[in-house]
Design a protein around this ligand. Sequence first.
Ligand code: DX5
Ligand code: ZN
Length: 221
Amino acid sequence: MQKPVRIAPSILAADFSRLGEEVAAISEAGADFIHVDIMDGHFVPNISFGPAVTKAVRGCTNKPFDCHLMISPVDPYIADFVDAGADIITLHQEAGAHLHRSLQLVKSHGIKAGVSLNPATPASTLEGIMDDVDLILVMSVNPGFGGQKFIPSQLDKIRTLRAMIDASGRDIDLEVDGGITAETAPLAIEAGADMLVAGSAVFKGGPTQYAANIKALLGTA
Ligand code: DX5
Ligand code: ZN
């Protein structure tokens, strides 16, 4: 069942020179989760930061850390992100040959396991693991960079996954990530998403704007 919409600001769009303050500010402004984008320059063509930086800012909020690992291989680094304070670890369907094993590895640490699909990867690739996942993340841009344009074809995938989740009867969050703005957020929600990741749309204008930016995504501005 689609839950009330929750906002997960991506700190990829924060001011890295003041990252701890940014995490605190966005939490106070109404973030439900802190979305942490990890990029390795191999699975995606960009490098962000790793477990040490994640751990360093973990104490700046009590909001759950939603760690999106755009890395391959992923299994050798899961324990490091658990140690850094991840509450959810989402890895990519495309990042390795043994998705089920990777999800079990995340769950063996007692945290939530998520799986993300790149724009070209169909929803049907998750049919065999619906019992093993707590969150599904639809990439609505090609992963690697903030500030890209929403890919509208991903709305049909969100609809398909909403039906698959509802049919499973399981408590699975449906998250969308990339190009989410006040214009695209309602489309994603209407299609069935109940967690919105947003980087540039939330961090634009600096800390005085964060609360208003989050409200604009929720349509409560
Ligand atoms: C892209 C990341 C996203 C990104 C979102 O690879 O996974 O979380 O930072 O940024 P915006 O909201 O600017 O598209
Ligand atoms: Zn992300």
